[in-house]
Design a binder for this molecule. Sequence first.
Ligand code: HAM
Length: 418
Amino acid sequence: MNITGIRGFNDILPQDCEVFRFIEREAVRVFSSYGFSEIRLPVLEKTELFLRSIGETTDIVEKQMYTFLDLHGESLTLRPEGTAPCVRAYIEKKLYNAPVTRLFYMGPMFRYERPQKGRYRQFYQIGAEVFGEESFRVDAEAIEMLSVLFKDLGVDGINIEINSLGCNLCRPGFKDGLKKFLEDKVEALCSNCRRRIGKNPLRALDCKVEGCIEAAKNAPSILDFLCGDCKAHFENLKESLEKAGVGAKVNPRMVRGLDYYTRTAFEVTESAGVLGSQNAIAAGGRYDGLVEELGGPKTPCFGFAVGVERLALLIDREKIKKAPLTLFISMGEEAEKKGPEIARRLRKEGAGVILDKSEDSLKGRLRRADRIGARYVIIFGEDEVKEGLLTVKDMTTGKQEKLSPDNDKIRLVKLLTA
Ligand code: HAM
């Protein structure tokens, strides 16, 4: 019997890797231009990290974590997200000795969710986190940076929704109000929301069960409960986004699926319907209490993460510049001897060259060039050996010309690498 892969764990095939690389390259370029540096974090962490940060009554912690005991009986978890590991590293490596730290990371995350289009059990995120800045300007700048990334990737047709989740001062009032409101409708709620009502009534606003959506329809709005500072933060953020030309809509019902948020929460969705129900392509917000909660100094933070698979589905593949591939065909004993050295020299100059090793007719070998998607074919036969030239055929136009690997090197390399 053949061994198959695990459901929800995908092979990212070469043509998709090209799109992933394009996204990653652009993200590195854009994030670096805003002063972010990369951090590489392990995929495995102590389970406690996620229990204490994401929240014990969230879907992620209750149902979606890949948790197991290692050989010494320690409980470990494959990271379901990158913020908590980033905060753990920030504290452990004392990165707080710098006044402001801006970090980004990319890599696989793991959640035991029901696989469907745009939702996988191993998926890739690119995340960015700012440590040590409290101003609404940071929230606005990070959201602007994300919209620049989408623009530069050629992705439009996106919606940005923002909300404020308040702080330790004002959220308890909202929680109480919401709890009272939900208690009257408890019959209509799913068993999960009923169970969570006491500890974490906000989860009912994020529940996708029809009855809960209906029951929470006229729930109180958190925006009516914000304290003066949180209100000012939110108003200033809205104004800054407007000034920066970033269109964002207020959604007072958005609470996000992780418990560590304070004040700003935001979500970016795709609007054209390409992604279907899994249309959130990025999300994040402020988490001013998390560093302290995990044992570090009081540090206000803001961050977000992009879902790479979902974003990849929105990229126009035609726009990705591909390095051309060249099939190098040597014919005759002398050419077979000298060809590999010329190919080696071309590769050193940046060209992608495959040496054709078949014994076929030229026609057959050209067909093979077509099949592997070669943009150019170099024919190095007996005549070419005598002349010291290469015949270079452009497979898209059918045109061919003879070039010397020495005297025409600049033109040849430009052609094969452009
Ligand atoms: P999140 O909303 O859980 O936030 O995930 C961010 C993005 O990851 C989602 O918008 C989605 O595009 C993608 N994503 C999530 N789950 C899956 C899945 N099962 N399959 C495919 N894509 C998925 C966080 O993870 C926070 N750590 C974001 C953050 C950073 N907040 C502050 N800093």
